[in-house]
Design a protein around this ligand. Structure first.
Ligand code: NAD
Ligand code: TYD
Length: 341
């Protein structure tokens, strides 16, 4: 692989993935396409110099002409699609952008890639497409799709489009489905970065309902390593699940965060539950182990301690994200070099 097109590379997982790819192969040319929504932050990759091997292009995966031109210009060998609206609570408030980017955007990107005869396409999906588990059992790649939130339905719709392109057009696509990620550069709206940044600012932390819901936590670098393995060694037409083998009730996780930051339990505020809140996610990742030789490497205690430290040491990043100031970075960084779209 000589040239890789990554979409959504200014978000949490995409930026970690681009940094990992850069470390793995200094000669890989990476083109990062990102619309820079509220979740897209150029500062996440401020340490990468734009040179012959890394290029940022501001744009929308749903913009067919833009994507076609970019692909024609750079002839990528592979495309990894991270670009998405990613937060369940926002999808409950307004599902419009989720349908637009996650479904229509994916369809436009797929068509552009198909016309350009891209040799490999990887769709970054989520375990949430499988719906919710009860107290027992794990999601496998064979679990039927039963998404419950507007977010997970839009991701499932995209997965079905990807599947259909493989079956109908022999389009060389792979789908990966991962559990809840944590790590550096996560926008402080998801549980871990929200609670850590609130606690660091001595603000209360909103636990939905009783906090009995269970999530399977995985370090973002383990997810990125899984995507890399699927991209390089996965079989087209296949789905690969990734998980952290680390199930925790939200309230257990919350207490770990309080302990780590030496804060009292009175910082917890139990707030009204999320509508349609999925009870439990947990992943069986034996297929990824058997077929990709992948398994999670970061143990949760270490990963969480490092993540908390990152948020402590990067309070400026959190402040700029929270104030919205990070959005000025584009102007500072690019000024009139690029036009706003
Ligand atoms: P994120 O919200 O941090 O980042 C999304 C990125 O996509 C942002 O940089 C945003 O600007 C960009 N984007 C949004 N709409 C776009 C568009 N129309 N065109 C181009 N760029 C656009 O999300 P994340 O947490 O990094 O998630 C990345 C992907 O991984 C998503 O597809 C998500 O569904 C999936 N995923 C996330 C998790 C998780 O725990 N965060 C778990 C499994 C799968
Ligand atoms: P989140 O990080 O939004 O990920 P997802 O909904 O995709 O799993 O939420 C993780 C869990 O934490 C989920 O059960 C909802 C819960 N939660 C809270 O209790 N309070 C919060 O403020 C947030 C954002 C989430």
């Amino acid at each position: 692989m000589k040239t890789l097109l990554v979409t959504g590379g200014c978000g949490f997982i995409g930026s970690n993935f681009i940094r990992l790819e850069r470390e793995l192969d200094a000669e890989l040319k990476i083109i990062n396409v990102d619309k820079l929504t509220y979740a897209g932050n150029l500062e996440n990759l401020a340490d990468l110099k734009e040179d012959g091997y890394y290029l940022f292009a501001k744009g929308d995966i749903g913009d067919a002409a833009f994507i076609a031109n970019l692909i024609a210009e750079h002839s990528p060998d592979a495309v990894v699609n991270f670009a998405a609206e990613s937060h369940v609570d926002r999808s409950i408030l307004d599902s419009g952008p989720f349908v637009q980017t996650n479904i229509v955007g994916t369809q436009v990107l797929l068509d552009a890639c198909r016309k350009a005869e891209i040799s490999r396409y990887l769709q970054v999906s989520t375990d949430e497409v499988y719906g919710s588990l009860g107290a027992e059992g794990l999601f496998t790649e064979e679990t039927p799709l039963a998404p419950n939130s507007p977010y997970s339905s839009s991701k499932a719709a995209a997965d079905l489009l990807v599947r259909s392109y493989f079956h109908t057009f022999d389009f060389p696509a792979i789908i990966t489905r991962c559990s809840n990620n944590y790590g550096p550069y996560q926008f402080p709206e998801k549980l871990i970065p929200l609670f850590v940044s609130n606690l660091l600012a001595d603000k209360k932390i909103p636990v939905y309902g009783k906090g009995e819901n269970v999530r399977d936590w995985i370090h973002v670098l383990d997810h990125c390593r899984g995507i890399d393995a699927a991209l390089r060694h996965g079989q087209v037409g296949e789905v690969y699940n990734f998980g952290g083998n680390c199930e925790l009730q939200n309230i257990e996780l919350t207490k770990l965060l309080l302990q780590a930051l030496d804060k009292p339990e009175s910082m917890i505020e139990h707030v009204t539950d999320r509508p349609g809140h999925d009870l439990r996610y947990a992943i069986d990742c034996r297929k990824a182990k058997q077929e990709l030789d992948w398994e999670p490497q970061v143990d949760f205690e270490t990963g969480l301690a490092e993540t908390i430290k990152w948020y402590q040491e990067n309070s400026g990043w959190v402040e700029r994200v929270r104030s919205g100031e990070y959005r000025d970075y584009y102007q500072q960084q690019y000024g009139d070099r690029l036009s706003e779209s």
